[in-house]
Design a protein around this ligand. Structure first.
Ligand SMILES: C[S@@+](CC[C@H](N)C(=O)[O-])C[C@H]1O[C@@H](n2cnc3c(N)ncnc32)[C@H](O)[C@@H]1O
Length: 318
């Protein structure tokens, strides 16, 4: 009997059986190899844990890049560095350090591994639902009597810009015909220049647009083969700028600050300090949005009033 591919089925069956039979001794061999590989991996990570070169490596990274390694949670930081140590086949931090000194491109890969720049449009759509239906209408209404109707928004740790552009889309849609009567200023900041460059270009692949419905795609994106380019109008609404939220002073007078999936990597005391800084950077009545896996800490949790705890939205009352 032949199947679709013209291969004799019984022959195929025999081949499969042969493989099974073959596996007898080979399974043991393969399993031994697997065990060996796993043991090597465990040894390698144990070796890295005990490797005294870690502190020196941290110092050199900070001195050469200005990237303050001390602010990150130790376990997270180590995991991310280890990704590069393994990717470059280095046996120790010392060996990796030698490679870093020889190869400046490795610094870029290291910073990319440390900063984790993943994002997408309308990430956590329910949060954006509350922003669209409640926050933006509130901000618009509270300016109805002002002569200068300005709305200032800060996307802190904006990575490749999807979060900032999502907010720009919502503002543009909610304001509709009144858009030109408002002075909208959206700023997206990040520590990583490579991500910011991508944000400024505004060219995205389909995979980050899964929450973008057809009408938004048609109005705000121009399809270019496999990619989507943000419309010029939307691009003109946002300014992307390099800013390290830990070591540089905050920008101020915002009506909405969104800082999601960034603080989670920082030590608790740094998170609390940042939350207090963001509180200061907000206008009274301004909104603060953090990531779904993040919480307000210590004094910062008393300064903000919860607005929608499920979506991690808070308000600055005083
Ligand atoms: C996972 S992305 C979050 C992107 C976006 N907020 C979101 O939730 O989709 C984290 C971003 O925080 C940035 N970041 C890390 N440390 C930072 C710092 N000290 N100052 C500013 N941005 C930082 C990283 O470069 C990265 O682009």
């Amino acid at each position: 009997m032949k199947n679709k591919g013209g291969i004799n089925v019984s022959e195929e069956g025999r081949k499969e059986r042969k493989n099974e039979i073959k596996t007898g001794r080979e399974t043991v061999k393969i399993n031994k190899e697997r065990i060996q590989i796993n043991e090597d991996k465990i040894k390698a990570s144990r070796n890295l844990e005990e490797d005294p070169g870690f502190e020196l490596l941290k110092r050199v990274i900070t001195e050469s890049t200005g990237f303050n390694c001390e602010q990150y949670k130790e376990a997270h930081f180590r995991r991310r560095i280890n990704v590069r140590v393994r990717a470059t086949n280095s046996d120790s931090y010392e060996e990796y350090l030698k490679l870093l000194k020889k190869n400046s491109v490795e610094y870029e890969d290291l910073i990319a591994a440390l900063t984790i720049n993943v994002s997408e449009f309308f990430r956590n759509p329910e949060t954006f639902g509350v922003i669209e239906k409640e926050v933006i209408p509130y901000l618009i209404k509270s300016r109805s009597d002002s002569l200068v109707k300005s709305i200032r928004i800060w996307s802190a740790g904006c990575a490749t810009g999807e979060e900032a552009y999502s907010l720009a889309v919502l503002l543009h849609r909610v304001l509709g015909r009144d858009f030109d009567r408002y002075r909208i200023s959206i700023i997206g900041t990040d520590i990583d220049n490579v991500s910011l460059e991508k944000a400024r270009k505004g060219i995205y692949r389909e995979n980050v647009l899964k929450n973008v419905d057809t009408s938004i795609r048609e109005s705000y994106f121009v399809r270019q083969g496999e990619t989507y380019q943000i419309s010029d109008q939307l691009r003109s609404m946002i300014r992307f700028k390099r800013h390290d939220m830990i070591s540089e002073s905050s920008i101020s007078r915002f009506d909405l600050i969104i800082c999601r999936n960034v603080m989670i990597y920082f030590k608790k005391e740094i998170q609390e300090q940042l939350q207090l800084n963001f509180h200061q950077a907000l206008n009274r009545g301004g909104f603060f949005v953090i990531g779904k896996a993040e919480t307000l800490l210590g004094t910062a949790s008393n300064r903000f009033k919860p607005y929608n705890t499920r979506e991690r939205l808070y308000i600055k009352e005083t």
